[in-house]
Write a protein of this length. Structure first.
Ligand SMILES: [Zn+2]
Length: 126
């Protein structure tokens, strides 16, 4: 049985070369397990990982966490009442349609409101 030791060469996957390269062992644990290796091709220094078929799925999953979903959270400032008047940008609560945001004032008596299920025309100043 041959023990691996610092200075020896070993095949390992190089993350920079993106392929298996001959690495040189530069650090190891007192129990003889390899800690750090250096790529003989690009000289990049890395923690040596024992090749394990189970570790491959974990890497792919960590890639997807970068997409940030920006969802607009609406907090109604008041309940909708057709007798009142509304301004662009106001968030209102409608008894039937739910929470909506005033997109624009159509005219003196109509507002365009965006609800979760679509844009609706509501009355104002009635
Ligand atoms: Zn390399």
């Amino acid at each position: 049985m041959s023990q691996s030791r610092v200075g020896q060469e070993i095949e390992a996957f190089c993350g920079r070369c993106r392929m298996d390269r001959t690495h040189r062992i530069v650090a190891q644990d007192p129990d003889g397990s390899i800690k750090k290796v250096i790529c003989g091709m690009c000289n990049s220094y890395r923690n040596y990982k024992q090749p394990s078929p189970r570790s491959t799925t974990k890497r792919a999953a960590s890639r997807t966490s970068t997409s940030t979903v920006v969802e607009e959270k609406l907090f109604p400032s008041r309940n909708y009442n057709m007798k009142e008047s509304y301004k662009e940008g106001e968030v209102i609560a409608h008894p039937t349609f739910g929470v909506g945001k005033v997109l624009s004032e159509r005219d003196q008596h109509k507002i365009e409101v965006k609800f979760a299920d679509g844009i609706r025309i509501l009355l104002q100043n009635r």
